[in-house]
Design a protein around this ligand. Structure first.
Ligand SMILES: Cc1cc2nc3c(=O)[nH]c(=O)nc-3n(C[C@H](O)[C@H](O)[C@H](O)COP(=O)(O)OP(=O)(O)OC[C@H]3O[C@@H](n4cnc5c(N)ncnc54)[C@H](O)[C@@H]3O)c2cc1C
Length: 455
């Protein structure tokens, strides 16, 4: 696209902002970024921000497109599957994919953020830290910026503005004032808290390194993702109120008692449990949907600002990076000007971001509850057997979302059909060897068309 102005202002230097900056700079645009936080390379990040992310195919593809994947390789740990911890301490490993190549990658949010900010600056981005966007004039295109250190207020000519400012986006808040702007936010009744399993005496991991550990307990769960320094970043998910809730765990004794009863094998690994518990904030989880994402070719929302999702499919940043990737692919190929680009982008993406938002909520029940159910584990085995025999027709929903770039909306639709087929095939068997393959062949060929893979 040959478009003017050539200057793009990005609000937010979280995860999507710097990646998008690099992709735009590689295409000859000048990029300025405004970030409300201090530069995290110089100031220690606050508690509650060192959560790990699971990076998978969509995110990796976008990083490859920007030429950044190789430099991320030394800060990731591949996780081959889920390691379930029962109350009695029994471990069950369930691979994520059909082979060793189908893994998800644990990466520290802070390390990823720093690597992206470094790379954006190397590519020529100007990043203004401690600068909070407090307003955006949708008519004149001017932004208002508040300096968090000096408290000075500035009004700036911004060119095209892209709001990469996360789930509480200031740019979206301005769009909300427009007539016919659709907006919904849905909070879960559950919150999360960051905890840590330190490294062993030799800097080693105290649990299996290449797994995402889960302690599924019905209405609550603990998970742990490995870090390259031998620690595990853990997240405790609990209801805010009621039984087994954050509201109940108000004293060190209650926290210890709860952990001893529910996650007994984790307790000896968490000597700072009580300190971590009371030092770290309790976070909320929200699904945000809105439209339109753009105003007159002047402003666009991208990433969590346009579509925040709950974390249970591990797709928030993978989806955001896919946004960045799609936007520049469309910029390269089809579109004549900013208004058409933004409209086409939303048309292409919204159906898919809505789909992953819904699947992420669905997956919450799966993670906290169903992964401990033997019938569920059996169905996973049947899915893998079906995929081995029909690789172009039957790909498990988790794999379509995580290991392919099949549009999320297609994964959602096919997932419903596949669930029905699975239910019929698993109805009266408990061993894969007993599967009625004639029936499987008939159902699959009748109800599913071959998939189009983008890789
Ligand atoms: C507990 C948890 C676990 C998660 N796990 C995963 C996972 O495993 N895999 C995955 O893919 N995703 C995961 N996610 C989701 C992922 O973190 C988000 O999708 C991702 O961070 C969104 O990136 P973003 O750049 O759009 O927003 P953010 O990362 O939130 O960045 C927004 C940036 O904008 C800045 N900002 C905000 N307001 C302003 C303003 N007014 N002016 C200037 N700057 C501003 C913020 O300081 C921030 O730096 C998880 C999320 C949570 C909460």
């Amino acid at each position: 696209m040959k478009a003017t102005p050539d200057k793009v202002t990005l609000i937010g230097a979280g995860l999507n902002g710097p990646l998008l900056a690099i992709l735009l700079l590689q295409r000859g645009f000048a990029v300025e970024m405004y970030e409300r936080r201090p530069d995290m390379r110089r100031v220690r990040i606050s508690a509650g921000r060192s959560i790990n992310l699971a990076l998978s195919t969509r995110g990796i593809h976008a990083l490859q497109q920007a030429g950044l994947w190789e430099r991320m390789r030394n800060i990731i740990i591949p996780m081959k599957g889920r390691m379930m911890h029962s109350i009695s301490g029994e471990l069950t490993f369930q691979p994520y994919g059909k082979n060793e190549a189908e893994v998800i990658n644990s990466i520290s949010r802070a390390e990823l953020n720093i690597a992206l900010i470094d790379a954006a600056e190397e590519h020529g981005a100007t990043i203004h830290f401690n600068q909070r966007c407090t307003g955006y004039d949708l008519k004149t295109g001017e932004i208002k910026v508040h300096d968090e250190e000096t408290r000075e207020e500035t009004t700036l000519e911004a060119g095209v503005v892209i709001g990469c400012d996360g789930s509480a986006s200031a740019i979206r808040a301005e769009m909300l004032k427009l007539s016919r702007f659709n907006f919904s936010q849905q909070y879960l009744d559950y919150g999360y808290k960051e905890l840590t399993i330190p490294a062993g005496p030799q800097g080693e991991h105290l649990l299996e390194t290449h797994a995402l550990h889960i302690w599924p307990r019905g209405n609550h769960m603990l998970i742990a993702l490995p870090n390259i320094d031998g620690t595990f970043a853990c997240i405790l998910f609990l209801p805010f109120e009621g039984a087994d809730s954050f509201a109940e765990l108000t004293t060190p004794a209650k926290v210890e008692q709860f952990f001893h009863a529910r996650f007994p094998d984790a307790v000896p690994l968490m000597p700072q449990l009580v300190d971590n518990y009371f030092a770290n904030p309790t976070g909320a989880m929200v699904t945000i949907k809105c439209s339109p994402w753009h105003v007159a070719g002047r402003a666009l929302l991208l990433g969590d600002a346009a579509h925040a999702i709950v974390p249970f499919f591990g797709q928030g940043i993978n989806c955001g990076f896919e946004d960045c990737s799609r936007l520049v692919e469309m910029l390269d190929q089809v579109v004549a000007d900013w208004p058409s680009l933004f409209a086409e982008f939303e048309k292409d993406r919204k159906i898919n971001t809505d789909a992953i938002a819904d699947m992420a909520i669905e997956n919450f029940t799966e993670m906290r509850d169903r992964v401990a159910d033997p019938r569920f584990l059996f169905r996973k085995k049947v899915e893998l057997a079906l995929e081995a025999r029909y690789p172009e027709l039957f790909v498990p929903k988790y794999a379509m979302v995580t290991f392919h770039r099949i549009p999320y909306s297609v994964a959602l639709e096919r997932g419903v059909v596949q669930d029905r087929i699975l239910a019929e095939l698993c109805e009266s068997i408990s061993r894969v060897e007993d599967m009625d393959w004639n029936k499987a062949d008939r159902l699959i060929k009748r109800d599913l068309v071959p998939l189009e893979f983008s890789q």
